[in-house]
Design a protein around this ligand. Structure first.
Ligand code: SF4
Ligand code: SF4
Length: 302
């Protein structure tokens, strides 16, 4: 039975493709974008997080940890294991205040589909369907493929939100099962891409070309990160690249927002990019005009 690690399933999503959708978030991503607003999706494994502010200091978690991994300090606060714990999740289950939270759950295809099936009437009525997002869905290819096959059998519209960092053979095998790709493009210069995302971009750009050539429906998503992705050079290079691809007409500009800050704190991770302010409305309108003047239809936001 194929299983995968999921960190969230959101029902009634309206920004992840057409109509009303269920969005399934896969855990694990090959990139590590400086501005990532879903850092809980980056690591492939489930992880335990602790929010001291809401801890009741009751000690229930310590008593239920069969592996003796948790400690309570002299003030009653919990000290998380330094080494990886066996990840049974028991402590989070017994925590009365959700101070301990276990992010990521191993789920079978059947379990995910039973969640997805709950809203099939909404999909039919709204022209919606199912979106696989993350993290990076293609980082768990067998699980993604199996879910897409099940969705196809039920005639659900399928969308995959991808960073594009996928082996070409995997993409070629799975792409026919996908109705719509939400494909992120961020930085055109390979070295700058490597600096801000940890990997080179040539494979991503090749994959975008492949999908366009195969006639797949693609919505390009561009995160607008002031001083990083919105430089004149980067945007001009991006437009020149996109104009060469056939049938790519739609672009979504996603303004940076600081919503991920609290998540980094909770995960005890330092956010690599600090002091970035969201782009102004005037800036977003300038960018909208730039893309429209180059023949793209533009949407601001997801
Ligand atoms: S997940 Fe399990 S092993 Fe890890 S700290 Fe919690 S109870 Fe202990
Ligand atoms: S069970 Fe929850 S509330 Fe109680 S000490 Fe542990 S983390 Fe704090």
């Amino acid at each position: 039975m194929t299983k995968g690690i999921i960190f969230d399933i959101k029902r009634y999503a309206i920004h992840d493709g057409p109509g009303i959708r269920t969005t399934v978030f896969f855990k694990g991503c090959p990139l590590s974008c400086y501005w990532c607003h879903n850092p809980e999706g980056q690591r492939a494994q489930p992880e335990l997080v602790y929010n001291r502010a809401v801890c009741l200091r009751c000690g229930e978690c310590v008593r239920h940890c069969a592996a003796d991994f948790l400690l309570q300090n002299e003030r009653g606060h919990i000290v998380l294991p330094v080494k990886e714990c066996p990840e049974c999740g028991e402590c989070a289950k017994v925590c009365p205040s959700q101070a301990l939270e276990y992010i990521g759950k191993l789920m079978s295809v059947e379990e995910v589909m039973s969640e997805v099936d709950k809203d099939r009437l909404f999909y039919e009525e709204s022209g919606g369907g199912v979106t696989f997002s993350g993290g990076e869905p293609f980082a768990q290819p067998e699980f993604l493929e199996e879910l897409l096959i099940r969705c196809r059998a039920k005639k659900y519209h399928t969308t995959v939100d991808t960073c594009g960092y996928v082996p070409g053979v995997v993409l070629a095998r799975i792409a026919p099962l996908v109705d719509l790709f939400l494909f992120d493009i961020k930085i055109m210069n390979t070295e700058v891409h490597r600096k801000y995302m940890g990997r080179a971009n040539w494979g991503i750009l090749e994959n975008m070309k492949r999908l366009a050539k195969a006639g797949k429906t693609i919505m390009i998503r561009i995160p607008v990160i002031p001083g990083i992705t919105d430089t004149e050079q980067n945007l001009n290079d991006m437009i020149a690249f996109l104009k060469k691809l056939s049938d790519i007409h739609e672009v979504a500009l996603l303004p940076f927002h600081a919503a991920g800050e609290a998540k980094y704190k909770k995960l005890r991770r330092r956010k690599p990019v600090r002091n970035i302010m969201p782009p102004s409305e005037a800036k977003m309108n300038d960018l909208r005009r730039l893309f429209e003047n180059n023949g793209f239809s533009v949407k601001i936001g997801g």
